[in-house]
Design a protein around this ligand. Structure first.
Ligand code: ZN
Length: 456
């Protein structure tokens, strides 16, 4: 073979490899700017996964249910367009119908989702949807947009897109359970439809499953709040599916019926039961849990901008130059913080803005990101170690539930002006019923706060 014919052969080979790839995703995925490199994104996902894996009750790798979901996931991932992320598939032994993807490939499906699926195509639809979030890099793109818009925000804070709670949870806590935007949802639906089809499943199965969840009424499954309906979800998927040539859909990867039978007798614990079993006050026991209740002994944290003391059984998430969350490890769960304090900086629109003006900008900003947050009463002027400060009480919704009911959340916001004109702010977070018990500890944390003279 001459070198010329070798290179022609090589080109022909690459074309034949490329052709089916190009045909696989008809929906044209969008691209957006992204501050993360592919490697960084994979690392971010791996780090988060290793933290989540410790916290969540995962079925063992050797469990036939896990192995089945891994086979199904691999079949779908083989038809995912674009960069070939290192996908991994995990089954969470949890009752709620939900699934989520971490940046760069780890995908989690609750056992409750398997129990709710009536056929393999429906389950495949959920996984194809999650794979699409990974393909589209929705998490890091959303974070990039937020970063561009709000230079002062933490990189990870925006990943959750869930307001102050989300920002709080994001620093080293590793709880990147994504709340996706409607636009991301729409993309994941359409791309997922194509992946489903290319993998040999009826592409409308995903829409069927979502429709079934919506029809449940009452308390909608967690999946729908994490993956909100972008509007006309069913119709959009059917329209996309109708552009694909009709074909008969080959058999399942198999054992769906056997797996359904195997899990039929299983009653996975609810999120609340899991929290309780972990001795986690989130489940309803509240701060009576010694792990949540402030110890009364204080440790000191030195940040570049301030010093602060905190109960020594709580933990600092963040470092001396980042935004910081100080919380009992059990007070931070899933996608949010239920108990604790957030300390962050906020870049004001203009350095000459007064404390009052900047504080109102901040409240507006927080409310934009957290729609149900509302101010209670008036601002108060207070002093923190001699410095003028503003104190505002806000009410929102706590991430915890008690007896199946949502609980109001109290967020006590305190703002101070730094030398450079930016705000330093603290938000003390607690379920409303526990606020009185925690208030002394919050007050003590605030009283200990000293801005550094050399700070910004
Ligand atoms: Zn989604």
């Amino acid at each position: 073979m001459t070198s010329a014919s070798r290179s022609i052969a090589a080109i022909a080979l690459s074309l034949s490899l490329a052709a089916p790839q190009a045909a696989q995703a008809r929906f044209t995925p969008t691209h957006g700017s992204n501050h993360w490199t592919v490697d960084q994104e994979v690392q971010l996902g791996q780090k988060t996964a290793s933290e989540e894996n410790r916290k969540m009750p995962l079925l063992a790798e050797s469990d036939p249910v896990t192995q089945y979901v891994q086979r199904l996931g691999a079949r779908l991932a083989a038809h995912a367009p674009g960069y070939q992320w290192p996908y991994s598939f995990h089954v969470v032994n949890q009752k709620e119908i939900n699934a989520f993807a971490l940046p760069g490939g780890p995908i989690y499906v609750n056992l409750g989702t398997l129990k709710a699926a009536d056929n393999e195509a429906e389950l495949a639809g959920v996984i194809a949807h999650e794979i699409s979030h990974v393909v589209q890099r929705h998490a890091t793109r959303a974070a990039t947009t937020q970063q561009n818009a709000q230079g002062a925000l933490s990189l990870l804070g925006a990943l959750l897109g869930n307001g102050i709670l989300a920002e709080a949870a994001s620093f080293g806590v590793g709880s990147i359970f994504l709340k996706n935007s409607r636009r991301s949802e729409s993309e994941a639906d359409l791309l997922g439809t194509d992946i489903l089809y290319d993998s040999g499943y009826n592409p409308k199965a995903m829409a069927d499953f979502f429709k079934k969840l919506e029809a449940q009424g009452g308390n909608p499954p967690q999946f729908l709040s994490d993956h909100p309906n972008p509007g006309n979800r069913y119709e959009a998927v059917i329209r996309e599916a109708s552009t694909l040539p009709s074909k008969t859909y080959p058999a399942d990867v198999g054992q769906f019926a056997a797996i359904k039978q195997a899990i039929a007798g299983k009653t996975p614990p609810s999120a609340q039961e899991i929290a309780q079993a972990q001795g986690n006050g989130n489940g309803g026991a509240g701060i009576g849990q010694s792990s949540i209740y402030p110890s009364g002994r204080f440790a000191t944290f030195r940040h570049d901008v301030y010093d602060v003391s905190y109960p020594d059984n709580w933990q600092v998430f963040g470092d001396n130059s980042s935004d910081v969350t100080i919380a009992p490890p059990q007070g931070v769960s899933q996608n949010s913080i239920a108990f604790g304090a957030i300390i962050q900086e906020y870049q004001t629109e203009s350095a000459s803005d007064t404390l009052d003006q900047s504080t109102h900008e901040l409240v507006t900003f927080l409310r934009q990101r957290n729609a149900d947050l509302r101010q209670v009463g008036h601002d108060e002027s207070i002093r923190v170690n001699g410095l003028p400060a503003k104190s505002i009480q806000l009410l929102g919704t706590s991430p915890i539930q008690r007896n199946g009911q949502t609980v109001a959340e109290r967020d006590w916001l305190v703002t101070l002006k730094q030398r450079n004109g930016d705000l330093l702010y603290l938000i003390f977070v607690s379920p409303e019923p526990d606020y009185r018990s925690l208030e002394p500890a919050f007050q003590q944390i605030l009283n200990s706060l000293h801005l550094r003279k050399t700070g910004a």
